[in-house]
Design a protein around this ligand. Structure first.
Ligand SMILES: [Zn+2]
Length: 425
């Protein structure tokens, strides 16, 4: 699964408890990067920011915008109107150099400082690699909410889309690369709002271990099964990396942060995401469950990252994105995708490609994943990797058209070809 956030931004903004903030006159100039179709403005301080950083922020802003609403249009900063700003959430991005520009205009805020891998906030200190803070409150630019990114290091915000998701429900969220550390709300009734830690949730963070290999940085809690098996996991994941690259022709090297969680409740609490695994191609990072009952290592999640990095970050839709990721694993519940699809065909339960592509969520995972994977294998045989990549890029540009149009086939012919291919030994 690749992260795609639902379009609930506006509803959450209306239901958020509001915090009391005051603005100083010393507001920095902001470079507005993107506007998400009437919901999200992403901005960063236009001060002490290099052109390299600006390019990175812009890419990140575009990616977040894509994950909120793939169909939205980018609006250049110069064209933003008062109306655009007044009805929107503004996401201010800070980094190690520009954090102070943002905190500087939040005068009533209880003790915010980010330095190195330490973050002090509301009288408490937190530490972690790539620690960040998200704070919501009204701003002078926008009467609704804004959020602040505070970073400990690096030139890109290290927050996952899922953490942003969790943060939107509260007034603040502190996290690091492993996920959420704490979140909570403020009492807005006080004149000088102070953060009451008794009302905030703090997740006990286990002691973390870190191991690096050529293409990965593995992060896992000490004393877990992942720690016991780590040498095996490292070897297996490097093999998967090589296999995916050679099968799909990916050449651009990527270093993937690979986080292993010991249980489903742990994974859900730290990442804000239910399910066994997901990938965030923005960071790029994989979050998977690794327990006695489910060891979700393999090629699927890293393929999401490698295809986004090598082909395009523009999401081509579940059918092709999940199809390619699943194709790289080849096996679903101990059967090949082709065997599963052949059984579905015999039982008269095989969905039409055009239906599965347009209504992915209507089908069970046991059908949608193997069928899309088998279709990708068929497409590679018929059109080659170059042909498949072309379709991926076209769908990323314009998802209002369906795959048949890009393949220049009628739905009936395509279905017939696919079914004949499935029947072949
Ligand atoms: Zn997936």
């Amino acid at each position: 699964m690749r992260n795609i956030l639902p379009l609930f931004f506006a509803c959450i903004l209306l239901s958020c408890p509001s915090a009391a903030f005051a603005q100083s006159n010393d507001q920095p100039n902001f470079v507005n990067l993107v506007l998400n179709n009437g919901n999200l403005v992403i901005a960063c301080p236009d001060n002490m920011i290099s052109s390299f950083e600006k390019k990175n922020w812009l890419q990140y802003g575009n990616d977040i915008r894509m994950s909120f609403n793939p169909a939205s249009k980018v609006k250049p900063a110069s064209e933003l109107t008062d109306d655009d700003l007044s009805g929107n959430c503004v996401l201010f991005l800070g980094n190690a150099i520009t954090n102070n520009k943002i905190t500087g205009f939040m005068k009533k805020y209880p003790q915010v400082a980010v330095e190195g891998n330490k973050l002090s906030f509301g009288g408490r200190e937190f530490s972690g690699k790539n620690i960040f803070l998200l704070v919501g409150g009204p701003s002078s630019v926008c009467e609704k909410k804004y959020f602040l990114f505070g970073l400990s290091s690096g030139t890109l915000p290290q927050i996952s889309a899922e953490c942003l998701h969790v943060a939107l429900k509260y007034d603040f969220l502190i996290g690091d690369q492993y996920g959420v550390i704490s979140f909570g709300i403020f009492d807005a009734s006080e004149e000088n709002p102070k953060l009451n830690w008794k009302t905030a949730t703090i997740l006990p963070r286990p002691q973390m271990k870190l191991r690096t290999t050529e293409h990965y940085e593995f992060v896992f809690p000490s004393g877990t099964l992942a720690e016991k098996d780590i040498t095996k996991i490292e070897r297996f994941q490097e093999e998967c990396y090589e296999k995916v690259c050679s099968k799909l022709g990916f050449k651009k090297p990527v270093k993937i942060s690979f986080l292993l969680y010991p249980s489903l409740p742990d994974r859900a609490a730290f990442t804000g995401h239910s399910g066994n695994g997901n990938a965030d191609d923005l960071l790029p990072r994989v979050y998977i469950l690794y327990s006695d009952s489910a060891k979700c290592i393999g090629s699927h999640e890293i393929t999401h990252i490698l295809s986004a990095e090598n082909w395009s970050r523009k999401y081509p839709g579940e059918f092709l994105d999940e199809g390619i990721a699943e194709y790289s694993d080849r096996i679903w519940n101990k059967k090949t995708h082709r065997e599963i699809v052949r059984d579905l065909l015999k039982q008269g339960r095989l969905p039409r490609i055009i239906d599965l592509e347009s209504a992915w969520n209507k089908y069970q995972d046991n059908i949608s994943y193997p069928v899309s994977a088998a279709f990708v294998a068929f497409a590679i045989e018929k059109y080659g990797i170059v042909g498949l990549k072309k379709i991926y890029l076209s769908l990323g540009e314009d998802r209002s058209k369906s795959i048949e149009i890009y393949l220049k086939e009628s739905p009936e012919n395509l279905q017939k070809d696919f079914e004949n291919w499935i029947r072949k030994e």
